[in-house]
Design a protein around this ligand. Structure first.
Ligand code: SAH
Ligand code: SF4
Length: 351
């Protein structure tokens, strides 16, 4: 109790929290959590304002060369039909996003080398030439040269979640790679001037509060502009099918503490949290989140991008989803942003 109060007071005064203090906040009980959420909400208000940024996500391929233990798109999952959108199909989805008023499109996929560096660069260039849009990429780990080519083509941001800062856990759940390599990718992205997003999954088997504290400390060290904090959700066609899902309460606490430690970051109310709990979006917006990422993947393939089951956004049409979001934002007196929603601070390396 004492530890929690001290840590919260320190966070409120803008001081940097150490590992123990972050753990004390993450261990908050139900009543303390309300205090924590209130503090995170105020920091969000003071540093990034009341506006909520809407980013349209287009999931253009579910092929993946990797075998992450938690993910339904892993290469050994032969039970899902695979799809790849053509350049034309992606551009149509982008056009629709712009027509609906979005100012950012997020292009996401499994790690699919079918789309080589040139193809993606050309796609980014075409989008930037045709539309008044910011472009975020989320294509996994690639070479520095690829990241450079896409940045030169005009890409503004890149999402590459660290998933966990625990080296041992990382090597188990992501058997194709290692933590250093992923951190290296994040550093390249920062160096190249991308607004860079990391993030984690809450409730991974074997994870502790200390692991979550390390996740937050790593994101602070990397000085990321964005962070996706979502619960782990077990997928039945993966080796982690029998594991328990992450808890909504701990996910919200992790989100709130991330807001306190990275006051200027853009933090989404994640789709995974909305899948886990129906009022996840509202709860997240009230404890630090300031971004929503509606799904603009074409209806014909959307149900095939199942990184985890019952993904909240696979049925709803974009127009209906936007109406619901608009109603929620009105209720919360949180206006949708009209601009690109770039990071407040200039991008670049600061570590
Ligand atoms: N292939 C890219 C991007 C697509 S995966 C990459 O891995 O970076 C996008 C995100 O989905 C991952 O960062 C991971 O955090 C999330 N994800 C995958 N499987 C999940 C699961 N079972 N539960 C919760 N989130 C999951
Ligand atoms: Fe592939 Fe990304 Fe899923 Fe890992 S998390 S299997 S890299 S899509």
């Amino acid at each position: 109790m004492h530890n929690f109060k001290n840590a919260l007071a320190k966070a409120k005064s803008g001081e940097m929290l150490n590992r123990q203090e972050i753990c004390a906040l993450l261990a908050a009980g139900p009543e303390e959590s309300e205090e924590l959420f209130g503090a995170a909400d105020r920091v969000r208000h003071d540093h990034v304002g009341d506006e909520v940024h809407l980013r349209a996500i287009i999931e253009f391929s579910n092929y993946c060369r990797k075998n992450c233990l938690y993910c339904g798109l892993r290469r050994d999952n032969h039970s899902i039909p695979r799809y790849r959108l053509t350049e034309q199909e992606i551009l149509e989805a982008v056009k629709k996003a712009r027509e609906l008023g979005f100012r950012t499109v997020v292009l996401q996929s499994g790690e699919d080398l079918y789309y080589d560096a040139k193809t993606i660069a050309k796609l980014v260039e075409t989008i930037k030439n045709r539309h008044d849009l910011a472009v975020t990429l989320s294509l996994g780990e690639r070479s520095r040269e690829d990241y450079l080519a896409w940045r030169e083509a005009g890409a503004d941001r890149y999402l590459l979640k660290q998933e966990t800062a625990d080296e041992h856990l990382f090597s188990i759940i992501k058997p194709d790679g290692n933590m250093q390599q992923r951190v290296q990718c994040l550093q390249w992205l920062k160096d190249l001037g991308y607004q860079t997003g990391s993030g984690n999954m809450v409730g991974l088997p074997g994870q502790t509060l200390a692991t979550l504290a390390e996740d937050i400390i790593l994101m602070r060290k990397l000085d990321v502009e964005m962070a996706g904090i979502g619960p782990f959700l077990p997928h039945p066609a993966t080796p982690l099918k029998a594991a328990a899902p992450g808890s909504p309460a701990l996910t919200l606490k992790t989100l709130a503490v991330t807001r306190l430690c990275l006051p200027q970051a853009h933090l989404p109310a994640t789709t995974s949290l909305c899948t886990l709990t129906p009022d996840g979006r509202k709860l997240a917006l009230n404890c630090g989140a300031n971004v929503i990422m509606p799904n603009l993947t074409p209806a014909g393939v959307r149900d095939k991008y199942l990184i985890y089951p019952q993904k909240a956004d696979i049925i709803e049409k974009p127009e209906a989803a936007l109406n619901n979001i608009q109603a929620l934002l009105t209720e919360l007196a949180r206006p949708p942003a009209q601009d690109y929603g770039h990071a407040k601070k200039p991008p670049g390396r600061s570590f």
